[in-house]
Design a protein around this ligand. Structure first.
Ligand code: AMP
Length: 272
């Protein structure tokens, strides 16, 4: 496995690969890899000749009072995991390589970015779309795999790719859970044992929903009763992130809640 730190080396590798007739699948991550990420890598392996995983904790998608400084990192372990799963290149650019001190160009998606995490994390999706556009320009992928764990992010990226004509096919892979239902996340490691067991209320509640018994207030009160602080519980059309209507094909139930200082997100898709 190759480890690449610079954008120019990444682009040259990608161009040479394309010239040799090889296709590239990108898996953008912030590292501290877990089985959710591995499922994306395996999907990428099945979709293209070469899988390129990026590990970059993108500062521009964190708000001023968020956890950028303490976001978990373990580059050595990430390398081992990628190596074990047939990743061709681990692309790990430095902050300074990604953002010049006078960086002043942003990609903003202005519809799907508004509700849910867009409300509670102003500027977050501007950071996400900008960094993903930059990663696509470095990795030059034919296909990129994102997780349903970040349902809104996946929709925003798909819209960006369509609107800006990126020649990249976007795949949204299923949300992977721990055996007890907790949605896998790099941030789970911040949970104390007590917080972790209380946080199970999120997945337990979401996984028990049926289209006939959807009530955001009931979900909120269950999470609060377990000691969580609800950021949002929203029931929306899964394609448009607007209120559910008669033609809604899939319903997204999305939750963000704090347990202790740790903000967790989770979601399920239901068919009406
Ligand atoms: P992150 O490293 O948290 O930025 O996530 C990188 C990619 O992995 C994103 O596309 C996430 O949606 C995806 N991902 C993270 N956790 C999971 C999970 N539990 N199941 C599936 N995909 C995930």
């Amino acid at each position: 496995m190759k480890i690449i730190h610079t954008i120019s080396e990444m682009q040259i590798f990608a161009q040479n690969s394309h010239r040799s007739g090889l296709t590239i699948a990108a898996v953008p991550t912030m590292g501290f890899l877990h089985s959710g990420h591995i499922s994306l890598i395996e999907r990428a392996n099945s979709e293209a000749d070469l899988t390129i995983v990026s590990v970059f904790v993108n500062p521009t998608q964190f708000g001023p009072n968020e956890d950028l400084d303490r976001y978990p990192r373990d580059f050595k372990r990430d390398c081992e995991i990628c190596e074990q799963h047939n990743v061709a290149v681990l692309f790990a650019p430095e902050n300074t390589a990604m953002y010049s001190s006078d960086h002043s160009t942003w990609v903003t998606e202005e519809d799907l970015s508004r509700p849910l995490c867009g409300n509670s994390r102003p500027g977050h999706f501007r950071g996400v779309t900008t960094v993903v556009a930059k990663l696509f320009n470095a990795i030059l992928p034919d296909v990129a795999v994102f997780g349903q764990k970040d349902a809104q992010q996946a929709l925003v990226i798909r819209r960006m790719v369509r609107d800006l004509n990126f020649p990249v096919r976007i795949i949204i892979a299923p949300l992977i859970r721990e055996d007890d239902g907790l949605a896998m996340s790099s941030r789970n490691r911040f949970l104390s044992a007590d917080e972790r067991s209380r946080a199970l209320v999120i997945s337990q509640t979401l996984l028990s929903l049926t289209p006939e018994n959807l009530d955001a207030e009931v979900i909120k009160s269950k999470i609060s009763s377990a000691g969580g602080t609800v950021d949002y519980v929203e029931i929306l059309d899964a394609e448009t992130l607007r209120p559910v209507h008669l033609e809604t094909v899939e319903i997204l139930v999305a939750v963000a809640a704090f347990f202790g200082k740790t903000r967790l997100i989770d979601n399920v898709i239901l068919k009406p």
